[in-house]
Design a protein around this ligand. Sequence first.
Ligand SMILES: [Zn+2]
Length: 217
Amino acid sequence: MANRPKLVVFDMDGTLINGRLIEVISRKYNLSEKVIEIQSDPSLPGYKKTEMIASLLKGIKASEIIKAIGSIPIMLNADKIVTWFKKNGYVTGIITDSYTIAAEVIANKLKIDFIAANELKIEDGVLTGEIKMPLGWEKINCSCTISICKRYQLNYYSKKYGVSIEDTIAIGDTRGDICMIKQAGLGIAFMPKDQDIVKQSKNIIRTPDLNEIMNYM
Ligand SMILES: [Zn+2]
């Protein structure tokens, strides 16, 4: 059955890269306090937080986002594990609640096949503060309510590439990754950042080294 198509999807911040883009940007533009305030407001659904944070970025040059993502180190052995997956017949993807212009940089660096992310609106090279979010949870009744339902995206891409769900792998580090981790044939919490993902994951990697995935293969 070696020829059966397979799929592996990675979260970006804290998983493929050792840092978080929004933290780097908000530090640079003195937005940290506002961003943290939005992120820690329990009354806001996830997608609303994404919308509000994007509006704070209004006026920043798109090239600054690309510079910021380039300054964050790639996670240890990310290139090695992606190369291994590709050699072994996996389609590779990034599913992130970050931004397409940033995820493209990482996908190009690591030669990853596709990305799914939020799209910042750009006019004359400058962020307008608006954002286009894929959502998806409203279509499948997922409780995540974030800007991009990763379970919805996992289903979408597995169908697109003709991969059955048991032949999928999903790897992520935060609450927003839970719905895809639980849906995938193999779901792995990598360096988990909150208790929810720890409680809901059977497989947990606690070393900042993506080569640890090999222990599950
Ligand atoms: Zn979801």
